[in-house]
Design a protein around this ligand. Sequence first.
Ligand SMILES: *[C@@H]1O[C@H](CO)[C@@H](O)[C@H](O)[C@H]1NC(C)=O
Ligand SMILES: *[C@@H]1O[C@H](CO)[C@@H](O)[C@H](O)[C@H]1NC(C)=O
Ligand SMILES: *[C@@H]1O[C@H](CO)[C@@H](O)[C@H](O)[C@H]1NC(C)=O
Ligand SMILES: *[C@@H]1O[C@H](CO)[C@@H](O)[C@H](O)[C@H]1NC(C)=O
Ligand SMILES: *[C@@H]1O[C@H](CO)[C@@H](O)[C@H](O)[C@H]1NC(C)=O
Ligand SMILES: *[C@@H]1O[C@H](CO)[C@@H](O)[C@H](O)[C@H]1NC(C)=O
Ligand SMILES: *[C@@H]1O[C@H](CO)[C@@H](O)[C@H](O)[C@H]1NC(C)=O
Length: 250
Amino acid sequence: MDLSIVALFMLVLVGHGALLDDQCPVERCGNVAIRFPFRLKDNKPPDHCSYPGFELSCKDRKQTLLQLPDSVKLYVDKIDYASQLIIARDPDECLPKQLRNFSLSGSPFESGYMELSNYSFFNCTSRKGDGYDNWYLDCLSGPGYIYAYTSDNSISYTDLTNCTKLYNLSSVPSETFEMKNTLHLNWSTPHSGLCEQQGKFCRRNSSDSLHTECYNKPKSKEGKTKKIEAAGENFGIFKFFPYLATSKLD
Ligand SMILES: *[C@@H]1O[C@H](CO)[C@@H](O)[C@H](O)[C@H]1NC(C)=O
Ligand SMILES: *[C@@H]1O[C@H](CO)[C@@H](O)[C@H](O)[C@H]1NC(C)=O
Ligand SMILES: *[C@@H]1O[C@H](CO)[C@@H](O)[C@H](O)[C@H]1NC(C)=O
Ligand SMILES: *[C@@H]1O[C@H](CO)[C@@H](O)[C@H](O)[C@H]1NC(C)=O
Ligand SMILES: *[C@@H]1O[C@H](CO)[C@@H](O)[C@H](O)[C@H]1NC(C)=O
Ligand SMILES: *[C@@H]1O[C@H](CO)[C@@H](O)[C@H](O)[C@H]1NC(C)=O
Ligand SMILES: *[C@@H]1O[C@H](CO)[C@@H](O)[C@H](O)[C@H]1NC(C)=O
């Protein structure tokens, strides 16, 4: 075969490949779309398609899992890319249980709904009335009644007879106690929501830079297929105009 035709084929293929690589992958785990700045841990998208600290895993192909530093694991139910917000929950429906190891420092996330507060935990032998400064933690209670008290208000206002002190926790999201099992986490860097709000996607502007840039979404889910078809049509040219190919073959 004529080398120039082989070269032409190669050009079409290479050009085509570059087009695909230009777009970062959009994965799906259950109902959660996973794209920049996130990536699935087991996948290795091009460097510019993910951002440090935004690794997720996919359990049983349906549960999106976020692991915070110190082995706290959360299920992710929703990622709002435009507002840079994650809605997460504890896999065992007991967020307070994970709080002793809970820390957002060392992760890109902040408490996205309520501020962080300090709490003192108590184990009481009798049930207390619920107050504005205490929360009964059903899922931690066994033989004893476990309460979290905000340390910010004066604990001395509350009757703590029949209670023994367990531990203090600092800088945990108040939401954990007020919303039971929902945790909103948001991030400020990268500012990918800016692109999303314009109907675009975001990526790093190069693999060795943490700066980001917006790019146009593929027109539809079939965008890739269309391009493959288009590439196929290029080959088709040789079918309809065989002389283009054969004239050089003899
Ligand atoms: C906290 O993390 C350690 C390992 O870093 C683990 O052994 C321990 O079980 C965790 N505690 C809770 C309450 O999850
Ligand atoms: C994250 O949420 C907190 C609390 O709602 C808010 O104050 C903060 O501005 C949010 N950060 C970003 C980047 O949206
Ligand atoms: C919580 O405790 C930390 C120290 O562990 C302190 O720096 C912080 O100011 C406290 N926060 C509040 C709201 O009291
Ligand atoms: C709370 O106290 C009871 C005894 O009154 C004990 O059996 C239980 O293990 C304690 N719970 C915790 C979490 O320490
Ligand atoms: C726990 O927090 C309370 C209220 O802020 C404080 O009085 C107490 O000294 C703390 N205890 C420990 C062991 O840090
Ligand atoms: C403390 O426990 C005793 C015995 O269980 C009970 O009679 C009393 O009402 C409790 N006190 C408070 C303040 O809960
Ligand atoms: C990435 O963006 C930054 C800030 O806008 C810019 O300084 C840098 O030159 C860009 N890098 C590339 C490879 O475009």
